[in-house]
Design a binder for this molecule. Structure first.
Ligand code: NAD
Length: 292
């Protein structure tokens, strides 16, 4: 019998992830507060559910892919939530990007109900989700990580057990620190090249092949130069993630000056009304600083 998966949060990421699991032969029952997301799951061969309970009650594995810590707390720990209905022995894999301390709390409360928990946030964006090529950083027990192997194989390409509960989220925070900083610097390079009368497309093409090269330069340089900012990953979500990064850094007692500056640039993008645009729209803020 195939593993039954309850999948909650069928948005930009959860939509294609749940569709890939259904296509791979898992029985996927999904729930989302947004009705069109349920229709997409039906089209992908999954079972739409009207309540969390329906998605969870017969599941061997529950996956959550929600925006932020409050939604994970509400869906998992809240009244009529996952822990109220999951049978003992269920594996809960939270793949949302949330605060490490929330992941630890979910794991601890899960264990009081016999529910095993992994925090397994991802990197790779919407295209990585569509292609089943995400990077997955998992925190929790090694045994549970191994038990999730068949699911992670469908969703991801680089899958690493990085430590105990919360460690997956800490690694994801480090990821967002590097991604945010890289976008800010690529934006500065574009503004600098253009203001100097040099073709930014040609310039960035060379950068992409040298030591300055990165996945961001590879995948996003053309859309950035063209000022196309369809998400992708929204500024609002990166703003949330920089909050997680800076809070976690304070807890760890370290200074992240470039991270703090990056967080302010992303906050400015949000304040200027770009919250629903792709995070590469930080370019708009960098342009504004130079009046271009
Ligand atoms: P999204 O907003 O597209 O999807 C979230 C989904 O959760 C939505 O469909 C929403 O309706 C649903 N939802 C919200 N509250 C709910 C609730 N209480 N019950 C049920 N459903 C609820 O966001 P996304 O881009 O798919 O991101 C999801 C998570 O993955 C976030 O934590 C994000 O930081 C992370 N992430 C996103 C990307 C990306 O490129 N988009 C990449 C890596 C990680």
């Amino acid at each position: 019998m195939s593993t039954s998966i309850g999948f909650i949060g069928l948005g930009i990421m959860g939509g294609p992830m749940s569709a890939n699991l259904a296509a791979a032969g898992f029985a996927v029952a999904g729930y989302d507060v947004h009705r069109p997301a349920l229709d997409r799951l039906t089209a992908a061969g999954g079972q739409p559910c009207a309540r969390i309970a329906e998605a969870v009650v017969d599941a061997d594995v529950v996956i959550t892919m929600l925006p932020d810590s409050p939604q994970v707390e509400e869906v998992v720990l809240g009244e009529e939530g996952v822990l109220d209905y999951a049978k003992p022995g269920t594996l809960l894999i939270d793949m949302s990007t949330i605060r490490p301390e929330t992941s630890r709390r979910v794991a601890s409360l899960g264990s009081t109900r016999g529910v095993r928990v992994l925090d397994a946030p991802v990197s790779g964006g919407q295209q990585g989700a569509i292609d089943g090529a995400l990077s997955i950083m998992a925190g929790g027990d090694e045994r549970d990580f191994r038990a999730a192997g068949g699911i992670f194989d469908v969703l991801g390409k680089t899958v690493v057990h990085v430590g105990p509960h919360g460690a997956g989220q800490t690694v994801k925070a480090a990821n967002q620190l590097v991604v945010g900083g890289t976008y800010a610097l690529v934006a500065e390079a574009i503004v600098f090249l253009e203001a100097s009368g040099v073709d930014a497309s040609a310039g960035l093409e060379v950068l992409a092949g040298g030591l300055a090269g990165s996945r961001i330069l590879e995948l996003k340089r053309k859309t950035m130069v063209a000022r196309e900012f369809q998400p992708g990953f929204r500024i609002d979500l990166h703003h949330k993630d920089m909050g997680i990064v800076l809070d976690a850094a304070r807890t760890a007692g370290v200074a992240l000056p470039v991270g703090a500056l990056t967080a302010q640039l992303i906050a400015a993008a949000r304040a200027q009304g770009y919250g629903d645009l792709d995070h590469s729209a930080v370019l708009r803020v960098v342009e504004g600083l130079s009046g271009v």
